[in-house]
Design a binder for this molecule. Structure first.
Ligand SMILES: [Zn+2]
Length: 459
């Protein structure tokens, strides 16, 4: 493979990639509002001579180049989170800015830059004749990831019948090659009570006091959760609290909490629910423990309900796609760091639920995600496009060198299929106590910037 030619070709698109990313930043596209972004991406794909560029019924962009039977996909979610407090930004998050080295704006790192590099990576494969008649390359611009990571790929796999051999996730990786991350789920615990006049509390049964005891046990449970050498420790955090009470002068008759549970390798939603159901106070008060469901319509109006369970996934460092990405990076830019994400991605569906191998490599930095003054780096857009363009060829070469492929699929997500479990307390915003963020499903990546000590793990 002529790495110098590849690098040169990628460099030649630096200005076009910059202009494309700045256009995408100018189109606000929070989850379920991605239509203008999707249309702009289709337009770019058409201009660059993609063989296919369309939008599916959920609103995902599907583009492809090549004609082979085998399929390799590059995925970038095209929604962004909101801007948060506007006064924390030093510049307009949608107008953005650029310098010689940087591009700023909401979505620059998470992860509009990734879709830009993927689109141009596919174009470079075309330019340099890297497309082999054995395989076809698909670029997906997927919706609602920030709201419900992986939902888009449940749709692509089940309804569009798309099943690539592997998927390159283009979320920011600080220029490392990633091969997994912890899973997560959204749990609700609800306990009932009996209201009475607040002047005679002994007549009632206060749900808030019951929840106080449950909370103490939930907090202590965090320390006992499973640890894993590569992915780190499972964690839980109470993220919301709700109550109902007839008045400020009454005993509360219900109380509920939401728990953000991060799952490490080997932990499933069943374990996580059982651990909480087994807590002494949960048993004593007959509290109900359930999983939230997500059923917000996409921008096209499509509703595709799913449990808020996002399984852990990890693939071995020796898997074919990891080796191909490492070889591509080594040939172009030297030996890469191999690691994992702190946050969650569409890999929860692709690998976690459906056992299709994923690797991660994308422009931008994890710490920029969801932060004010978000930015990315032009050099990284170019590097990612070049590495993307090299991966399929090296993957197929690696396959002929060893009898490869068979080593993928170990690890996480074995029983991931069991979704649609029963009665989830759906309406998180009931409860008069719900003063804050209301939307229980927001912020997939929200708790990301934790776990600092585990960043930069070498495989
Ligand atoms: Zn993201």
């Amino acid at each position: 493979m002529d790495f110098a030619a590849l690098e040169q070709q990628a460099q030649s698109y630096r200005a076009q990639m910059t202009a494309f990313l700045r256009d995408l930043i100018r189109l606000p596209g929070e989850s379920t509002f991605e239509e203008p972004t999707a249309r702009r991406i289709v337009q770019e794909m058409e201009q660059l001579g993609f063989d296919e560029a369309r939008i599916d019924a959920m609103g995902n962009v599907i583009g492809s180049v090549g004609v082979g039977a085998r399929l390799i996909a590059y995925d970038g979610h095209i929604d962004t989170v909101g801007v948060g407090k506007r006064e924390n930004w030093d510049f307009d998050p949608f107008e953005g800015f650029e310098t010689e080295a940087e591009i700023g704006g909401r979505g620059a790192s998470d992860q509009l830059g990734g879709i830009v590099s993927a689109v141009y990576g596919a174009r470079i494969m075309k330019d340099l004749g890297l497309l082999d008649d054995r395989y076809r390359v698909m670029v997906t611009g997927t919706v609602q990831e920030e709201d419900c990571d992986g939902l888009c790929w449940e749709y692509l796999i089940r309804e569009e019948g798309i099943r690539p051999e592997f998927v390159v996730l283009t979320e920011p990786t600080d220029q490392g090659i990633y091969r997994g991350h912890r899973g997560r789920m959204e749990i609700r615990v609800e306990v009932g009570g009996l209201s009475c006049h607040g002047s005679a509390p002994e007549r009632g049964d206060n749900a808030i006091y019951k929840m106080a005891r449950i909370l103490t046990e939930v907090e202590a449970l965090n320390a006992r959760l499973k640890d894993d050498a590569f992915l780190g420790k499972g964690t839980l955090a109470v993220s919301e609290i709700f109550f109902t009470s007839p008045s400020r002068c009454a005993v509360a008759d219900s109380c509920a909490i939401s728990i953000d549970r991060r799952l490490t390798d080997g932990e499933t939603y069943l374990d996580a629910l059982e651990e909480i159901r087994a807590l002494p106070s949960v048993q004593k008060y007959g509290a109900e423990v359930s999983m939230y469901t997500y059923e917000r319509p996409s921008y096209t109006g499509l509703v595709y309900p799913i449990d808020c369970y996002f399984p852990t996934w990890v693939i071995p460092a020796t898997a074919g796609p990891v080796r191909a990405a490492v070889a591509a990076h080594r040939g172009l830019y030297g030996e890469p760091r191999v690691g994992k994400w702190t946050f969650s991605t569409n890999g929860v569906s692709i690998m976690g639920r459906n056992n299709i191998p994923c690797i991660g490599f994308g422009p931008g930095r994890e710490a920029q995600a969801h932060a004010p003054n978000e930015r990315t780096w032009k050099d990284e857009l170019v590097r990612c496009a070049a590495v993307y363009a090299a991966i399929p060829t090296l993957y197929l070469e690696g396959e002929t060198e060893s009898s490869a492929g068979a080593d993928v699929g170990a690890g996480a997500g074995a029983d991931a299929g069991a979704t649609n479990s029963a009665g989830t307390g759906a309406d998180a915003t009931s409860g008069t106590g719900a003063t804050s963020g209301a939307d229980a499903t927001s912020g997939a990546d929200a708790t990301s910037a934790t776990n600092k000590e585990q960043e930069g793990t070498h495989a």
